[in-house]
Design a protein around this ligand. Structure first.
Ligand SMILES: Nc1ncnc2c1ncn2[C@@H]1O[C@H](COP(=O)(O)OP(=O)(O)O)[C@@H](O)[C@H]1O
Ligand SMILES: [Mg+2]
Length: 328
């Protein structure tokens, strides 16, 4: 019976486990994963976005998700590496021992902010109540080789997440810039793929390779995997090439392309240095320092609206977990 239940969880079209993937490096996978996770967890009255419980998983050995929240690498204890290489056959104590809690994430962001700002007290915006992080570190780079002879090497993340999947509204998985075993683990655990595409010439070449990989995974390991959306990133509205790439992606996948595009903006790039995602760090504004923040908030809102539309279509009435939690 267990295997039937185990096999079923990813079928739920409203269970939002999303791999942020594109084998091209530097197309804003991490930036998109981190900002979406922060915005969806925080919620915003202004954006009509309810708060949700979110787990962000870093499957890139570079470990950039943790640094995006100001978490110092030396403070990270358990990582995605420990999870993937677990051979005990037992469920792991993920919530208690593996995930960085909202309280610790908040503390890290505030400490990093104070350090960069001459010891001043950090703003309250840098508080997250509903966001957990499974960090990674450089050890993960050896996991692909270590796992190559192990049982269930492609489905290890999926198995490990199973006991905690219902604790969250969204599980967002950041992936490395390759289509190796780590990305395959992400796409086996997920039922949706979110693809950030950088608006530049070579972007489209990689795009078709990614589509082929997704098809291959659908065929062989996870037939429930689907593309949730494609987001154009680092767009330069004045550049003809940028507009051309956006138009081409729109022609290829009109239903999947998000209306919201993310422009190339210096504040988005600077945010990891300040130890917090731009959506928390910069007050969203139409222009100036908050423009990138507003664009990612708008993307999160469009993301949420797409989920709601899909749930209506499937006749599913799943409330965000926070609204059901009597203790909150
Ligand atoms: N909208 C943006 N404007 C300017 N710089 C950006 C933007 N999005 C990402 N960056 C920067 O581009 C680089 C690559 O982004 P990153 O999210 O790390 O990509 P990936 O995870 O796909 O390798 C980083 O230095 C990041 O800060
Ligand atoms: Mg990355």
């Amino acid at each position: 019976m267990a295997w039937i239940v185990r096999g079923l969880w990813s079928v739920n079209p409203y269970k939002m486990v999303i791999a942020v993937a594109n084998q091209k490096g530097g197309c804003a996978k991490t930036t998109t994963a981190v900002n979406l996770a922060a915005a969806l967890s925080k919620g915003s009255k202004r954006q009509k976005l309810p708060p949700a419980k979110v787990l962000l998983i870093d499957l890139d050995p570079q470990g950039n998700c943790a640094t995006s929240f100001g978490v110092e690498k030396k403070k990270v204890k358990r990582t995605a590496y420990d999870l993937l290489t677990n051979d005990t056959g037992e469920d792991l104590p993920l919530m208690d021992e593996y995930l960085i809690s909202p309280r610790d994430l908040t503390e890290s962001m505030k400490e990093a902010w104070s350090m960069r700002n001459g010891g001043k007290a950090a703003p309250e915006n840098l508080t997250v109540d509903n966001l957990w992080l499974l960090p990674s570190d450089i050890h993960l780079s050896g996991a692909e080789i270590e796992l190559s002879h192990k049982i269930g090497r492609e489905t290890r993340l999926r198995e490990a997440l199973l006991p905690i999947i219902d604790n969250f509204d969204y599980i967002i998985i950041d992936t490395p810039p390759s289509l190796g075993l780590l990305s395959i683990n992400a796409m086996c655990a997920a039922n949706w793929v979110m693809v950030p595409v950088q608006a530049e010439y070579y972007a489209l070449e990689g795009f078709s390779m990614l589509m082929n990989s997704i098809k291959m995974i659908q065929r062989r390991i996870n037939r429930n995997l689907k593309i949730f959306g494609v987001a154009m990133t680092m767009v330069d509205a004045r550049s003809k090439l940028s507009r051309h790439v956006c138009d081409q992606v729109n022609t290829k996948m009109p239903k999947k392309l998000f209306k919201t595009t993310i422009r190339r903006l210096v504040k988005v790039a600077e945010a990891p240095w300040s130890g917090a995602p731009t959506v928390l760090l910069n007050k969203p504004t139409n222009s100036g320092a908050g423009a990138g923040s507003l664009e990612y908030w708008t993307l999160a809102k469009e993301f949420h609206q797409r989920v709601m539309a899909m749930r209506r279509e499937f006749g599913v009435n799943e409330q965000p977990r926070l609204l059901l939690d009597p203790n909150r």
